[in-house]
Design a protein around this ligand. Structure first.
Ligand SMILES: [Zn+2]
Length: 185
């Protein structure tokens, strides 16, 4: 079913910051890969490039759907789209500092598997698999986490959590301010 009424306009999607509720819950599988999903993927690539990231997940664009994009060099041309992804991480753990576009100012050393295989659908609905190591494997695990409502603040060590506390509080205050200003319109 693809009536005009059901078509969602993703062109105005914006980056979301903690604690927007969409970032804190599991995303839903995409049932129909139609034109609007193509639009969403385009918009997600734009947001990723604007924000100087190397990956972006649906919830980070305010959309509760299982989709992410990754571009290891941060360019739109090299951005790949993963729909309804499942990951299969393997190999030894590797700890590296990570940031997140939805947690501006927060960095922490995060342990991740050094290798990862992803099984996903492309924008034509065709299944594909891809295996990566190092930064690519890390990016897959980071973006996949977003689809489960998990963020780096949940995976950081205690010291980094403590350091992040003040920034998390400020993000919470920013969110509350935004909510109350929207409510008064
Ligand atoms: Zn992130």
């Amino acid at each position: 079913m693809n009536s005009i009424i059901n078509m969602v306009n993703y062109m105005n999607c914006k980056i979301t910051h903690f604690p927007e509720p969409v970032l804190l819950k599991a995303a839903q599988p995409i049932e129909t890969i139609d034109e609007s999903i193509g639009q969403l993927a385009e918009r997600m690539k734009e947001i990723m490039v604007e924000q100087k990231g190397i990956g972006l997940a649906g919830p980070q664009a305010g959309v509760n759907l299982q989709i992410f994009v990754i571009s290891l060099d941060g360019t739109k041309e090299n951005a790949k789209v993963y729909i309804n992804p499942k990951i299969d991480p393997s190999g030894p753990m590797n700890t590296m500092e990570e940031g997140c576009l939805s947690l501006p100012g927060i960095y922490g050393k995060i342990p991740r598997y050094s290798r990862c295989t992803v099984h996903a659908l492309d924008l034509d609905g065709k299944p594909f698999s891809d295996t990566g190591e190092g930064l690519y494997a890390r990016a897959m695990q980071h973006e996949y986490d977003h689809l489960q409502g998990v963020m780096i603040k949940d995976r950081m060590g205690e010291a980094a959590k403590l350091r992040a506390r003040r920034i998390l509080k400020r993000l919470q205050e920013d969110y509350q301010k935004k909510q109350s200003s929207q409510g008064s319109k």
